[in-house]
Design a protein around this ligand. Sequence first.
Ligand code: 3HC
Ligand code: NAI
Length: 696
Amino acid sequence: MHPPVRYQIVDNLAIVTIDNPPVNALSHPVREGLQTAIARAVEEHDVSLILLLCAGRTFVAGADIREFGQPPRKPHLPDLLNQIEACSKPVVAAIHGTALGGGLETAMACHYRCAVREARFGLPEVNLGLLPDAGGTQRLPRLTGVEAALDMMISGRPIGAGQALETGLIDKILDSGDIRAEAISWAQSLAASGARPRPVSAMDVPGEDCNAGFFADYRNRIARKTRGLLSPELIVQCVEDAVSIPFDQALARERSRFMECKSSPQSAALRHLFFAEREAAKIPGLDPSAVPRQIAKIAVLGAGTMGSGIALACLEAGFDVQLLDSNEDALSAGQERISSLLDKQVEKGRITANEAADRARRLRLAQAYEALSDADLVIEAVFESMEVKRDVFAALDQACRQGAVLATNTSTLDVDRIAQATSRPRDVLGLHFFSPANVMRLLEIVRGAQTSDEVIATAMAFARRLGKVGVLVGNCFGFVGNRMLYGYGRESQMMLLEGVPPERIDRVLAGWGMAMGPHAVGDLAGLDVGYKIRRERTDLPDDPCFYRVADMLVERGRLGQKSGSGMYDYQPGDRAPRPSAMVAQMIREEADRLGVAQREVSDQEIIKRCIFALVNEGARCLDEKIALRASDIDVIWVNGYGFPRFRGGPMFYASQLGLRNVYDGICRFRETLGDRYWRPAPLLEKLALADDADGW
Ligand code: 3HC
Ligand code: NAI
């Protein structure tokens, strides 16, 4: 095995190269190697300057996240970085790729920093429920000023080299294309000019940001986005220290706040998701020789809500898109929706007018299937009806070239029956986007019984190109996400009949961390969508209470925001939900008619009924292999359904709670609410009752 840190002398320079693929994370051997290399360079008389470089595709991308669950081992990163900063000879960092987390902190412990123009710099610890632990909260404000430093640490978003130079984070941009040669030459010029070590810890924090009230204002500004999270507040406290107490003391407090974050369930949940999202891309058993097909031209069928959003997502990723709808008005409405979304993105400064024009140019419209003859991938998003979809796929089979991938965006229907309408079921699969399709990160990739490995590999690669998290799921009603949603929705509907007002259910679940409460979501998505799906199903329970309130609302024309009223009332031009006295009365009368007893339901019960229903159905998906892994279910719920990231997804949350506790909770509901819906899933039961199981 090659050493993770190499040491080489070139003239008067000691070149220290970190080589720890894939991302040069600061694992224990790297820290040890760095410590030894720096000590050696200090000892060697001929060395006047130390240059720190990284091999491979990137500068250090951070601490090794895999080590966070293990006992810490010396040298600890903060101590190592203090040693680098205190070094008697100047240390220069040369950065390419991404300098993230502990990587950027390492660069800031060096005395001079240069970087290639494409390099990116960030402190993304917040995304893992952490805060920078190796002096980042103290050194960054000294280099960039307080506000820029806070923005980087609270958002976790990296900045580019131009901005890094402007804010003072780096000293020089290297443009020659040969980072090593140019960095050596810059380092030599620094040595020749007598450059001295320049410890960032000795710098003053630029004070202009911090007038009275600055931190209070800043806290108010971030309150909504950081709701429920621990580390953002602790980051702000660390930066308050940076402006008010000596560096060493502030560093000690940074360390203890980091330890508090590291041991929090939130950080465990966010670290779980980091690896879960990467694991989802790996498909066990997929033929390794299956090469993704080339995709350049995409056709989207149906220019409605989903079709236009999918088309926009594809345009944003650089594809040529043909949008087709059998209805001329729907087609032009779809085009208008796309161009108005592009205009809004320009207005908000997210893209330039030129980029918007380029996207608009790559969109073509059509009404006839002949236009699809050269498409590499067709995504169907027409009405949710098996009959309509089978007709469409039969027509696609005639119109599309051999080798084209044929995908359906159905949210619930049987992908195999749709595939059987073609002569090429191996090329057919589900690509289930979430609304709004150009925004939501999730793409459920539904494998049909005959879908080929090559087509699966193509879909996974396509998801990556769209910047989405693709998760492979099996074919059943609702796949993973919507199938589980049924249990969650069912309970939130039942509780209405038991006398819990919709606004209370929404408030409790949003307070628990869901992006929105279920009733507000229903109004946003349109209550008619679920209504139509329930009409198509033949396997609904024989239960007059099942989704009764939602059905009644639709039958009275209250479809949600789009019709101006749904579970809530809305005022024109305002999307704020207002409790409706009429709906409250309607629910009371219906509960009376159905003989549903009114009960006191605690906040805890509201949460448990909705979330345990999800977990129980998730366990069934896992048992039936509709989901490949429990972590895939977590990725789906966090990225597609507004489940709080800081709880790690429903299955991780259940493991943290203890599967036995979840099982016991479900058994208690079986006693109080009956066994129609509250039978523990066999897998949950098996694991909960096993002595040694602590997770899925
Ligand atoms: N530790 C351990 N493994 C890591 C890692 C890290 N910091 N960063 C990435 N990896 C692993 C991934 O798990 C993946 O492994 P796999 O191939 O076995 O699945 C592999 O490296 C490649 O990662 P990606 O698939 O994400 O590669 P990309 O090229 O798409 O992205 C990246 C590269 C931008 C560096 C991205 O991996 C990333 O954002 N990494 C995390 C960066 C981060 O959060 N750093 C802060 C860590 S916390 C910290 O430093 C605390 C400090 O204050 C002390
Ligand atoms: P929509 O009603 O807004 O749009 C459907 C469009 O398809 C209409 O413009 C219609 O003119 C067109 N169309 C109908 N038959 C056609 C045919 N034979 N050929 C060409 N065009 C035809 O519907 P929406 O909401 O966009 O849903 C589309 C699909 O996406 C459905 O399968 C739905 O289940 C699924 N879906 C919907 C989500 C949502 O939140 N609305 C989320 C995820 C999936």
